[in-house]
Design a protein around this ligand. Structure first.
Ligand code: PMP
Length: 812
């Protein structure tokens, strides 16, 4: 007999559905239909209530320790507070507000005859504790056999990490419960080894447990906290397609233990149950570390933890059988096969694979640090005290990787702000392309070079046929400056049309076209008002014919409309806007040379109007003899998710396209794309040459970015992740009144908040929680979410949770 260890011995209490239904009514005031569910220790029923809700009524194992029962309630309450969006059971109180209720028993073994009893043992007890929790939808992962559908293991990792993060800070005496499966208690079960048959299995188990002493020693130094401790295929829920983990149930085995044990348990159980293979574990670890970094020491104990856990499972079975319990015999066979496979793959190789998958070690997530005052002072002296610096506590970034950035003291932050690292910070393919070319030659466009030509050919392939030639500079500002010069020279006009609060760059000429930074817009510039979604129409998506009200210089918000009426109202308002703007230019003696427009309408406040909006604007500009310059610095290269070019989504055909920020993924590169005739005239007139513009290193970077976009299907990702992001934010808007509207598309999303101060508070609050964002719009009240393109759904969850926490926190 093994003293003091907790393991399954008997069966859950025997309760019939009639009793479950009457307990639902008496204790919780619910009229419900009960359907039995599986449960290892508790007797569970799904309740379908008369008001359409689904819940789970649990008749708790009568042998469960009072402290452990209380610990589960406390843990669920903690998670409800720290991760309200995580899909785990939520406790529903009794009519009297208790988290755990007590019901009288009708005698032992009463499964068929009504009442509550102890199944299988027939021992009479006096009462049974019950807990009502929300029903977590999904099906058991156990039904999914290895190899799992693509993405499942990654999402399992992410879910578990989400739960572990939610459990940080939780403590309860129940976390010390002596669970038999806790590897740290394996000593108590070692005497069972002698009873293991056949001898070959016994030898395999001995070998697996051989490093136990050393393992326990190393575990003492690992980061520990409350962990679920039992995330296997019977406690993990997946969606119908079986490709995403959607929930976690049963916190009955929670313990305070190293984080590494959480993952090792999952790995061991998924292997023994046949739900995953060793080859799928890198994916699991990538998913886990996308939310919760692991340290080298955590990964280095995984192999020994897995083997010990698998061996322990067999010892527990032997113990229980000797104790008279009925157990299945498959476990020993499956465990032996798993241990043999682990041994044949080898600890060293597997550990290296896992270390590679985790990538990041020794980092912390989103904790506030103080940047040395000395560095800020030196910067003031070197760059001028007014050089813009983000955040009151400035960030000293030393490294980036994908969607993450790292500070000098190893803080890890999720980058939801920067679009320059379009295909991800420090993308290895882009870095290699830049380095390889820099090693050869960094010349200029006065010499022949194949890369820049190839780049133009690749770019123009994706564009309308008339946009067939490029000119290269080093920034978006320069590209817009050149485009503006071309438009003036081509049309002979001097006037400009831009969007309200537009931003097009820093040269003298384009600053004048940027009301966002130009205090006094010159008389040759006129502004067109932003298209405006109807306030509070959060569910609307502009592409599906959203209810739109237009504000303009001539009209203010109108009531939401539907269908074709919307397009008519938008078109009529836009037409009035542009006609008036051109008339005002004319009255000051100017004809429009061009409309310059950022297709994402970023600084204007991030809008996503349907093509009906721009059609009359484009027509009026052309009628007045002006060109259209599509500034694709923000929206180009697929950020909208629906189109590679922002102007295609917007619905206009530009004469000149300008590119900047994302095209070189951090390497300076600006591009002007136009009709060859227009370009050649400009070259003839000006003898244009830019020293760095279009140099072979920039071309190599540009080509690598196009390759990665294709290879990693990042435009498609921008669509699916962007849709999901917008949906989750709109859901959040239902419970957070500070969110007025969610708009934009793909990975360019604007969240309009009540005012500038709230937005500033939110940007800082998100930074405190490890998320980088910014603000936009004439009123500074639009939270700008514009991450690198490899942004995935798990990252969305981090942002939504951090935003929810920030908006829920009481403001100073
Ligand atoms: N146009 C738009 C729409 C931009 O957002 C920016 C930069 N934020 C620019 C032009 C200027 O680009 P750069 O800073 O590379 O000069």
């Amino acid at each position: 007999m093994v003293e003091g260890l907790l393991a399954l011995r008997g069966q859950p209490p025997a309760v019939d559905t009639t009793t479950a239904e009457s307990v639902a009514l008496d204790l919780y005031g619910l009229t419900a239909r009960a359907t039995p569910l599986e449960g290892e220790r508790d007797r569970n029923f799904r309740l379908d209530t008369s008001d359409g809700r689904r819940l789970v009524l649990k008749f708790i194992d009568p042998e469960a320790d009072e402290v452990v029962v209380d610990g589960q309630s406390a843990a669920l309450a903690h998670i409800a507070a720290t991760a309200p969006l995580l899909s785990v059971p939520r406790v529903v109180g009794t009519r009297g507000g208790e988290l755990v209720g007590v019901v009288p028993l009708a005698g032992g073994g009463a499964a068929a005859g009504g009442g509550v009893g102890r199944g299988g043992q027939g021992s009479a007890a006096v009462s049974c504790r019950v807990r009502l929790v929300s029903f977590v939808p999904g099906r058991l992962m156990q039904e999914v056999r290895s190899p799992a559908p693509a993405g499942l293991l990654r999402s399992v990792g992410t879910r578990i990490a989400h739960l572990d993060r939610a459990l940080v800070g939780f403590f309860h005496p129940a976390l010390a419960q002596p669970i038999a499966w806790d590897v740290r208690r394996a000593h108590a079960l070692l005497p069972m080894l002698a009873h293991v048959q056949p001898p070959k299995l016994q030898r395999t188990l001995r070998a697996a447990l051989d490093p136990l002493e050393q393992l326990l020693q190393r575990m003492r130094g690992l980061r520990s906290q409350a962990i679920h401790g039992d995330c296997h295929g019977r406690n993990l829920l997946v969606n119908n397609a079986g490709d995403a983990c959607v929930g976690i149930i049963d916190l009955g085995d929670m313990i305070h233990a190293p984080l590494a044990l959480e993952i090792a348990v999952t790995m061991a159980e998924l292997l023994t149950d046949g739900n995953a293979s060793l080859d799928e574990f890198p994916e699991l670890l990538t998913g886990y570390t996308s939310l919760q970094p692991l340290e080298r020491a955590d990964v280095e104990v995984l192999y020994d933890l897995i083997t010990a856990r698998v061996a322990l499972g067999v010892l527990i079975q032997v113990w229980r059988e000797r104790d008279g319990a009925q157990t299945g015999s498959d476990l020993a066979t499956a465990s032996e096969a798993v241990l043999e496979e682990l041994a044949s793959r080898g600890k060293e190789d597997l550990t290296q694979q896992w270390l590679d998958a985790t990538g990041i070690q020794s980092v912390r997530m989103g904790r506030r640090r103080v940047v040395p005052a000395d560095l800020v002072r030196r910067r003031h002296n070197a760059l001028g005290a007014n050089a813009e610096l983000s955040y009151d506590q400035p960030l000293h970034l030393v490294r980036g990787e994908g969607v993450w950035v790292f500070t000098s003291d190893a803080e890890r932050l999720l980058d939801v702000y920067n679009n320059v690292p379009h295909v991800g910070h420090a993308h290895p393919a882009v870095v290699a392309a830049i380095a390889n070319q820099a090693k050869r030659i960094a010349s200029n466009t006065r010499y022949l070079d194949t890369r820049i030509i190839e780049y133009v050919e690749r770019l123009t392939e994706t564009l309308p046929p008339d946009l067939d030639a490029c000119l290269f500079v080093n920034s978006g500002s320069e590209a817009n400056d050149i485009a503006w010069r071309m438009a003036k020279s081509h049309t002979g006009h001097e006037g400009a049309l831009v969007m309200t609060f537009a931003y097009h760059g820093i040269t003298d000429a384009v600053t004048a076209l940027s009301p966002a930074i130009c205090a006094r817009v010159p008389p040759y510039v006129e502004q067109i008002a932003a298209p405006k979604m109807a306030p509070n129409d959060n569910a609307a998506a502009s592409t599906t014919g959203a209810a739109i009200a237009a504000t303009s210089t001539t009209s203010t918000a109108t009531a939401p409309l539907a269908g074709a009426d919307i397009a008519n109202v938008i078109a009529a308002t836009a037409e009035a806007d542009v006609t008036n703007a051109i008339a005002r230019l004319n009255s000051r003696g100017f004809q429009p040379a061009a409309l310059m427009i950022d297709s994402a309408l970023t600084s204007t406040g991030i809008y996503d109007p349907p093509p009906a909006w721009i059609a009359p604007i484009a027509a009026a500009v052309r009628k007045a003899g002006g060109l259209i310059i599509g500034d694709e610095v923000q929206f180009g290269l697929g950020r909208s998710g629906s189109h590679f070019w922002g102007f295609t989504r917007r619905g206009y055909h530009p004469d000149i396209v300008t590119l900047g920020k994302p095209v070189g993924n951090g390497y300076p590169l600006g591009v002007v794309i136009t009709r060859r005739a227009l370009l050649e005239k400009f070259q003839r007139d000006t003898g244009f040459f830019s020293t760095f513009g279009g140099n072979p290193v920039a071309a190599a970077a540009g080509l690598a970015v196009l390759d990665v976009l294709d290879k990693e299907r990042l435009v498609e990702n921008a669509r699916t992740t962007g849709d999901y992001f917008a949906r989750r934010l709109k859901e959040l808007a239902q419970t957070q009144p500070a969110i007025r509207e969610v708009r934009g598309c793909g990975l360019m999303i604007g969240v309009e908040l009540t005012d500038r101060a709230t937005t500033k508070y939110v940007v800082n609050g998100l930074r405190e929680r490890g998320v980088l964002t910014g603000s936009e719009g004439p009123l500074g009240n639009v939270l700008k979410l514009r991450p690198p393109m490899p942004f995935r759904m798990e990252h969305v969850e981090i942002v939504v949770e951090a935003l929810n926490a920030t908006l829920s926190a009481s403001r100073p």
